[in-house]
Ligand binder design. Structure first.
Ligand SMILES: *[C@@H]1O[C@H](CO)[C@@H](O)[C@H](O)[C@H]1NC(C)=O
Ligand SMILES: *[C@@H]1O[C@H](CO)[C@@H](O)[C@H](O)[C@H]1NC(C)=O
Ligand SMILES: *[C@@H]1O[C@H](CO)[C@@H](O)[C@H](O)[C@H]1NC(C)=O
Length: 318
């Protein structure tokens, strides 16, 4: 029987055939149902499969039929995530003939035809991701259902992100750090960190899924340092860096100018004060004879002017 009919019998069918008396009621019921419907059934052993890009993957599809396989027909289709509205026929098995889609020639094949409809895809690409349907027909059996569906995800490690900065690095200015990553499945998580003096995480604005930026306003010397953008998913992490140096030299020179101005101003003031003092001293020297020369005072004017108080004058000024 099995030699003549190389068929994947349904489990129910086999148990119905092999089961002796006692379990009969249930078995007969099942058998009756199976015979009555007499339908081919497709079973997907998995509903979702993941593969790392470049690796091979087996897409499982089992079918159960009770008819000969001479008219077996299997069609695998793919509705790619990139263009779901234009599905392709991945591979077809028809009357012993196998036809592959041009985009998959040499990469796709059945692994157990005609016993199973499993296929293998080698050297997987991102474009292979999508919804696969396995359709099996084995006339004259009807199919119930003859279609199975599975979702293939092709995982991709994040690519090396690109870091950039833009803005005014003078103290008080504002700077935007931006980071973008070309690919990664699942979509990489992005984060920005300032690494020194101590590591701190920065709030990030995402622009779409693959790029994000950080705004730094009113930059100061504390803004200087090394910044890192990290992109990571289950397959890994990639980083890029920006080294910011706030031009405190500009701030220093402006305060230097200020200092210079202040210095010049104060020096002028001092000079002015000195000038005033000198002028005043000069004047008082001309007007007040008592301070210019005590010798002269004593010798010349001591006679008539300061006759009564020479010793007093002397005492008070010596
Ligand atoms: C996939 O690669 C394996 C090993 O490299 C090879 O045996 C198999 O035939 C390939 N399958 C297809 C469909 O090309
Ligand atoms: C900018 O930073 C300086 C010093 O860090 C601070 O004194 C000033 O208030 C800040 N200005 C604004 C607009 O935040
Ligand atoms: C960042 O730049 C500063 C000044 O230009 C330099 O001293 C420092 O070594 C740089 N750091 C890195 C990690 O490149």
């Amino acid at each position: 029987m099995s030699g003549q009919r190389p068929v994947w019998f349904s489990h129910r069918f086999l148990s119905a055939m092999g089961a002796p008396g006692p379990r009969t009621l249930w078995t007969l019921c099942v058998c009756f149902t199976a015979l009555r419907t007499n339908a081919l059934r497709v079973t997907m052993r998995e509903s979702a499969v993941e593969v790392v890009r470049g690796d091979f993957v087996i897409l499982p599809c089992s079918f159960f039929t009770s008819s000969p396989l001479s008219r077996l027909n299997i069609i695998w289709t793919l509705a790619p995530f990139s263009s779901p509205e234009s599905p392709i026929q991945v591979i077809v098995y028809d009357h012993g003939q196998i036809i592959e889609d041009p985009s998959l020639i040499g990469r796709v094949g059945f692994t157990g035809i005609p016993w199973s409809a499993d296929i293998m895809v080698n050297d997987t690409r991102v474009s292979d991701a999508g919804i696969y349907r396995c359709m099996v027909n084995n006339p004259p059996e009807t199919a119930d259902p003859g279609i199975g569906e599975l979702l293939l995800t092709v995982l991709v490690a994040p690519s090396l992100p690109a870091c950039q900065w833009d803005g005014n690095m003078d103290a008080g200015g504002s700077v935007t750090l931006s980071c973008s990553v070309a690919e990664g499945v699942p979509t990489p998580e992005m984060r920005w960190d300032k690494l020194n003096p101590e590591e701190i995480s920065l709030p990030i604005n995402m622009e779409g899924e693959l790029s994000g930026s950080v705004q730094i306003v009113n930059v100061s010397s504390q803004t200087s340092g090394l910044y890192r953008c990290s992109t990571s998913n289950v397959l890994g992490t990639e980083n890029c860096y920006v080294n910011l140096s706030v031009y405190s030299a500009v701030a220093g020179s402006s305060s230097g100018i200020l200092q210079g101005v202040l210095l010049t101003l104060s020096m002028s003031l001092m000079l002015l004060a000195l000038l005033v003092l000198v002028t005043w001293l000069h004047r008082t020297g001309q007007d007040g004879p008592w301070r210019v020369s005590k010798e002269e005072e004593e010798e010349e004017e001591g006679y008539n002017v300061i006759r009564y108080t020479p010793s007093l004058m002397k005492r008070s000024f010596v």
